[in-house]
Design a protein around this ligand. Structure first.
Ligand code: NAD
Ligand code: WQD
Length: 332
């Protein structure tokens, strides 16, 4: 079965490509390399010793995308391609609405044209906003507080409306919590360009002495130690979740939503202490004021994915901290 992976040169897409190839699927990757590098494509081939075609293109370009569908005989799509930086989305909302919405509408139109009926979509726990209750179930209220989150919420709505019009589709919406870590080969991982926004890439740069210290954004939240609590999930566990979602799409017609998280929340201070312990390295930090838009705590109830996909995250916070650091110190 041949899967089109949009955004497959990116962090989660590349890890999912590795797991798809390991599971025996054929893949084709399209990516405009706006937030990734062509080296990742070579790394995926090196890790798996498998070949596949890569097309550098913008998913918004319907004609070029259609050529790929026709040439590559695509049977299903996993759609990662998007911009994902919350802060940047507040500064440049139109950039996010244009890219994330237009590339999805373009993809859905080309899928329709080629009679492709299966899509797995990268959504985000940020569609829950500041949750009213924890752990978060898929039935929780959706409310978004920034343009990036709004694009995810809107795309979920687009997918639901498209399904209502074409009821022979299999649509799987996966709401990721906080992916971190790297493939066990340490040949691919999270390596954002410029100053990192997220916690783990920042910690790794501090540990690697590229940045002087970590700023912990507030220790006055109503949490176990006052710092923010999140549901960190190993990117390989997340990637395997897509294999399970594909199996579901191959079996059932319908639209399905799943939280992909571990179900356990860890604080920033717990993350720092765990990282220092498993990597035997210091991570100097200072407590600063809260970051605008941050919430105190967010972690999943992943029981529906376990029940309906047979998927459970298996890797520990120690694994995530160790793999994140090994990737950076092994980088060429
Ligand atoms: P990433 O930036 O590493 O990967 C996204 C890839 O898509 C990049 O390689 C980029 O070049 C490509 N891309 C973007 N717009 C494109 C376009 N118009 N045409 C072709 N390629 C395009 O991000 P990631 O962390 O791998 O995230 C993948 C998906 O998962 C995104 O949709 C993101 O919103 C979602 N997500 C990420 C997180 C997270 O914390 N990383 C959490 C929840 C959801
Ligand atoms: C985690 C915790 C911060 C950096 C974001 C996006 C979300 C999703 C995942 C795409 C928080 C604290 C962080 C730092 C810190 N991405 N922190 N110092 O904000 O939970 O989610 O990434 O879908 O949409 O919002 O992740 O890693 O930025 O922050 O103290 O330098 O670490 O306050 O408590 P977040 P994060």
């Amino acid at each position: 079965m041949k899967i089109l992976v949009t955004g497959g040169a990116g962090y989660i897409g590349s890890h999912t490509a590795v797991e798809l190839l390991k599971a025996g699927y054929e893949i084709t990757i399209v990516d405009n390399l706006s937030n990734s590098s062509i080296d990742v494509i070579d790394s995926i081939k090196e890790i798996t010793n498998k070949d596949f075609n890569f097309y550098e293109l913008d998913v918004k370009d319907e004609d070029k995308l259609n050529e790929v569908f026709v040439k590559e005989n695509i049977e299903a799509v996993i759609h990662f391609a998007a911009f994902k930086a919350v802060g940047e989305s507040v500064e440049k909302p139109l950039k996010y609405y244009e890219n994330n919405l237009e590339n999805t509408i373009s993809l859905l139109k080309v899928m329709q044209k080629n009679n492709i009926k299966k899509i797995i979509f990268s959504s985000s726990a940020c569609v829950y906003g500041d949750p009213e209750e924890l752990p978060i179930k898929e039935t929780a209220k959706l409310t978004t507080t920034n343009p990036y989150g709004a694009t995810k919420h809107m795309i979920e709505r687009i997918l639901k409306d498209v399904y209502k019009a074409e009821t022979d589709l299999s649509v799987i919406i996966l709401r990721y919590f906080n992916p971190i870590g790297s493939d066990s080969s340490y040949k691919i991982g999270e390596n954002p360009k410029g100053i990192p926004n997220n916690l783990m890439p920042f910690i790794v740069r501090v540990a690697n002495r590229e940045i002087d210290h970590l700023n912990i954004f507030g220790d006055d939240y109503d949490t176990k130690d006052g710092t923010g609590v999140r549901d960190y999930i190993h990117v390989t566990d997340l990637a395997i979740g897509h294999i399970k979602a594909l199996e579901k799409a191959n079996k059932d017609i319908g639209i399905f939503v799943y939280n992909l998280g571990t179900g356990t929340g860890y604080s920033v201070l717990e993350m720092v202490k765990t990282f220092e312990k498993v990597n035997n390295v210091k991570v100097p930090y200072e407590i600063t004021k809260r970051r605008d838009g941050d919430i105190a705590a967010c972690y999943a109830d992943p029981s529906l994915a376990k029940e309906e996909l047979g998927w459970v995250a298996t890797k520990t916070l120690e694994d995530m901290c160790y793999d994140s650091y090994q990737y950076i110190i092994n980088r060429k």
